[in-house]
Design a protein around this ligand. Structure first.
Ligand SMILES: Nc1ncnc2c1ncn2[C@@H]1O[C@H](COP(=O)(O)OP(=O)(O)O)[C@@H](O)[C@H]1O
Ligand SMILES: [Mg+2]
Length: 368
């Protein structure tokens, strides 16, 4: 009896912990100190709700940092909600309302409140979020209207609540009247951290293998300390074994400006074989956020080898798979790099893929 009870408790606890945590980076580097810095700014002891912004360029690790903070802190609150990729969701039809619904569902555990408009959503949040301390993450915000709809003012919230906003655009935070003390500027990794992250992805260990040290340092120099680039470029080297191959890739990298993220990411794409490239572009244009099953059916029909292809794309850190239905995830910088490849054919009628309603309409109407 007692054993069964203990097993039951352990299962409940593990389920509870799993439910609350999100998947952070495969090889986290320099994350702990950043988490501590942000925690200091969040000041959990203060009995006044706080709103804090994390600001930085695309691929620098804002979402990753927010995930690590969420995992660390979410159990200290009565309720929690992580709204991912707000910029993308709010572009969709009724996107902001659907985000409000998710927020209300997760914080209040309320499935029954119906919301017909953004204003109605605001009223519900304003009236009812006082009652619970909540950790709310608004990830990748690009317009002040999104904050207004989800967390318009600090006094909507319980005094122990904390709201964390990630964005590339400082201006959005200024419009929300966040001051310097309320904004954490996320910087690129330093040289040592960069080399470490590169080495994890290229060698599966924290330091380069001896004969690759100099080359690795040179490669890292060309990435500008951006975790996204380090991850993709590092993964590219994982299965390159000869020094000649390394030197070839380094030459290509050196032609780019370190700040030109798309060019650096493009090298990884160029190294894929033909069908892997097709699969990559299909994901970038159509399958982000969708389960892999349908895509696999489609690719099998094209005589591709999707299981191997997906494995390659995962190894190259070009896509990730997560969620209940094995959904494809792709960083928006990588996605945009892929979509730009498709857009190289200027006329929509000549493009291999169309994902934008206006282009589709244009092609159907003019049959170009
Ligand atoms: N501190 C870190 N250590 C290891 N990997 C990181 C770190 N920060 C970010 N990454 C990786 O870099 C990529 C981009 O990070 P992300 O958080 O999505 O950037 P952002 O949200 O700023 O655009 C992700 O794939 C992530 O796993
Ligand atoms: Mg992000």
């Amino acid at each position: 009896q007692e054993r069964k009870l203990i097993q039951l408790i352990v299962k409940r606890v593990i389920d509870g912990v799993n439910k609350m945590s999100v998947n952070v980076a495969k090889y986290p580097v320099g994350l702990d100190s950043r988490v501590s810095d942000v925690m200091e700014l969040l000041d959990l002891q203060d009995y006044r709700s706080r709103m804090l912004g994390i600001c930085g360029i695309g691929g620098v690790g804002k979402t990753t940092l927010a995930k690590a903070i969420y995992n660390k802190l979410s159990s200290s609150f009565e309720a929690r909600c992580f709204l991912f990729g707000i910029k993308e969701t709010s572009k969709k039809f009724n996107g902001l309302v659907s985000l409000q619904k998710q927020l209300i569902l997760e914080v209040l555990n309320d499935k029954h409140t119906t919301i017909a408009s953004v204003d109605e959503g605001i009223n519900v949040i304003k009236k009812r979020f006082h009652c619970k301390s909540a950790l709310i993450i608004l990830d990748d915000v690009d317009d002040n209207g999104q904050i207004k709809a989800l967390a318009g003012a600090r006094d909507w919230f319980h005094p122990k609540s904390r709201i964390l906003i990630t964005t590339r655009d400082m201006h959005v935070l200024n419009l929300q009247k966040l001051t310097k003390d309320d904004i954490f500027q996320l910087e690129e990794l330093n040289d040592e951290q960069s080399l470490q992250l590169f080495s994890y992805h290229a060698f599966g260990r924290s330091k380069p293998i001896a004969k690759y040290i100099k080359l690795s340092e040179n490669i890292v120099q060309s990435t500008g300390g951006l975790p996204l680039t380090l991850e993709v470029v590092g993964s590219l080297f994982f299965d390159k074994n000869s020094l000649e191959e390394w030197e070839d890739v380094l030459k290509t990298l050196r032609k780019n400006q370190p700040k030109d993220v798309h060019q650096s990411l493009r090298i990884s794409y160029d190294n894929l074989d033909l069908t892997e490239k097709e699969m990559f572009l299909d994901i970038a244009c159509f399958f982000i956020g969708r389960g892999k099953e349908n895509a696999i059916y489609m690719w099998k029909d094209c005589n591709f080898f999707p299981i191997i292809g997906i494995k390659v794309l995962l190894h190259k850190s070009l896509v990730k798979i997560a969620g209940r239905e094995d959904e494809f995830e792709m960083h928006d910088q990588i996605r945009d790099m892929g979509r730009q490849i498709v857009l190289q054919d200027r006329s929509p009628g000549l493009r291999t893929r169309l994902w934008n309603n206006d282009d589709i309409f244009d092609v159907l109407q003019h049959q170009t």
